[in-house]
Write a protein of this length. Structure first.
Length: 454
């Protein structure tokens, strides 16, 4: 059976896909009630559930997970004896950051320069639409040849582990022969890619206290210990002069074997300013896929506007540590915590709170599912062969699923190529990538079903 009929079907479905993605992007589904109303996430979850019901899914349910969010589940039974494939995406999104820096409203899908802009367009509401497109095309072209389970997570971006804990408590729910995680992306537009590794992560909040209250910097500065200055010194201890992550006891010299990331391409993708150096040592692939990386993602301190000449009695920061495959995230958390306590200057009182953690992941790229995906991607991207790459980001659920279902094959694909600018302002998705990856997923499901029959 050729790919042409199903490719034409997917092309005809793209206007509907754009309209649905616009509806889904409109929900301000940041899974943090301190920033956005919880009702926005609940409305997005209901939209996903309704979409599954409309496609004939059974047992559709909004699962209340231990972190207070909802994941959406549904089952589409396939032919008797067919394998089961679990399709994953998440409907929660990162906050929009500086809305004034967006060229169009972040929660309004806007077409510009051949791309669709909006928060979550690629990460990962577009991933859910990709799954719908693939299934609709198969239904229109002879039927879905496998049983399909869909799980749409509601707190992936927060790293609070709600779905992981729920899956551990209900291990029968997500059992599958193969799992397709639709939350990564091609190495670049037009180059079909599966992600072979993910870095894990740990998230800590550290608080330093030095004084009973703020003091006048003229009267006491120079002798009284300033908590904000102490925090700056402590955070600086997490990196060497060249920017390499330096957490006491944490190995940071692994090398990446496989697809490389040319430095010039990386500078362009990361939009590094002219004259500014990259940080760390080794190849770019070493640094972003094979080694730990610490990032200070937030500091509580007085803003410049309205600042007073005061010594700060207390300071707080949130720190993210990406943990590469081969290292244990829990052990890395312990090392980072010990480092923070050991390097706090001037005897400052240290309090450390863990707010998130997920293990790194390495896929078995020799599995039969990868063979089926390679064939599918080569058909969806004529003239290109499937590549395997790493990804510096984290999807904590992957390791939970691998532990719960050790016989299941796990593949990672998605829409988050470099131009998508996920987690940044002006996030976007390429409609061509959405179309081609939907085709690849549909062909994969067909190839995989045939491989199980042979």
């Amino acid at each position: 059976m050729t790919a042409r009929p199903i490719s034409e079907t997917i092309a005809s479905l793209m206007p509907r896909a754009k309209a649905e993605l616009a509806e889904l992007v409109a929900f301000q589904s940041v899974a943090d009630p301190a920033q956005f109303p919880r009702s926005e996430c609940e409305a997005a979850a209901n939209w996903v559930a309704d979409a599954l019901r409309a496609e004939g899914f059974q047992d559709v349910a909004l699962l209340g997970t231990p972190d207070g969010t909802q994941s959406v589940y549904g089952l589409l039974p396939g032919p008797v004896g067919a394998p089961t494939v679990l399709l994953y995406a998440h409907y929660d999104v990162q906050p929009p950051l500086d809305e004034s820096a967006w060229l169009s409203p972040p929660f309004e899908l806007t077409e510009r320069d051949g791309r669709w802009f909006g928060r979550g367009a690629a990460d990962c509401k577009g991933g859910f639409i990709m799954h719908l497109l693939a299934l609709r095309a198969l239904k229109a072209d002879g039927g879905v040849p496998v049983s399909v389970k869909v799980i749409a997570e509601g707190s992936e971006e927060q790293g609070t582990g709600g779905l992981e804990r729920y899956a551990e408590a209900h291990p029968e729910l997500l059992t599958a022969d193969t799992i397709v995680i639709g939350d990564t992306g091609n190495f670049r537009v037009g180059l079909p890619t599966v992600t072979a590794t993910l870095r894990g992560m740990t998230m800590l909040r550290v608080t330093l206290d030095t004084l009973e209250g703020n003091l006048h910097s003229g009267q006491f500065g120079g002798a009284a210990p300033d908590a904000l200055a102490a925090m700056i010194q402590l955070l600086a201890s997490l990196r060497a002069e060249d920017g390499t992550t330096t957490v006491d006891g944490l190995t940071a010299d692994a090398e990446w074997e496989g697809l490389q990331y040319p430095e010039g391409d990386f500078r362009k993708d990361a939009k590094v300013l002219d004259g500014v150096e990259l940080i760390g040592t080794g190849t770019v692939a070493d640094r972003i896929w094979a080694r730990p990386a610490v990032t200070v993602i937030g500091i509580d301190c007085p803003p410049v506007v309205g600042a007073t000449p005061s010594l700060q009695a207390s300071a707080r920061a949130q720190i993210s540590l990406r943990v590469p495959p081969g290292q244990d995230a829990a052990a890395a958390t312990e090392l980072l915590t010990a480092h923070l306590r050991a390097h706090a200057p001037w005897g400052a009182r240290v309090s450390v709170e863990q707010v998130g953690q997920g293990q790194p992941f390495r896929a078995d790229t020799s599995s039969p599912a990868y063979t089926s995906m390679a064939r599918a991607m080569e058909a969806a991207y004529p003239g290109e062969k499937m590549q395997t790459s790493g990804m510096g980001g984290s999807i904590p659920l992957c390791n939970t699923l691998a532990a719960l279902y050790p016989e299941a094959e796990i593949l990672l694909i998605g829409l988050s190529e470099p131009e998508a600018q996920i987690h940044a302002v002006n996030e976007s998705v390429s409609p061509e990538e959405l179309e081609r990856l939907s085709l690849a997923e549909a062909l994969f499901l067909r190839n995989y079903a045939e491989s199980k029959q042979s």
